[in-house]
Design a protein. Sequence first.
Length: 93
Amino acid sequence: MGTLPYFVKLAAIRIESEMQNREASPSIPMILKCPRCGKETESAGNPYRPFCSERCKLIDLGDWISGTYRISRKSEAEDEDGESPPQKDSEKE
């Protein structure tokens, strides 16, 4: 870790320490519901997390690629709160 900034070194040391603590202490398995099919699966050791299987993971990826899922963006008329600014008298009907 020779050329890394000091704060990056500290973060890496902290993460490594936390990972060792997690491995050393027995923990309660976390059960998650698959966002695609709703099946309950254990998160530990699941390479497809948060999905239950590779199939659900790929179906979800396909939905993003095809445009089924979209992240909306603000239009130019919306302000920071996501609401349209009030119209001026000259802009009203």
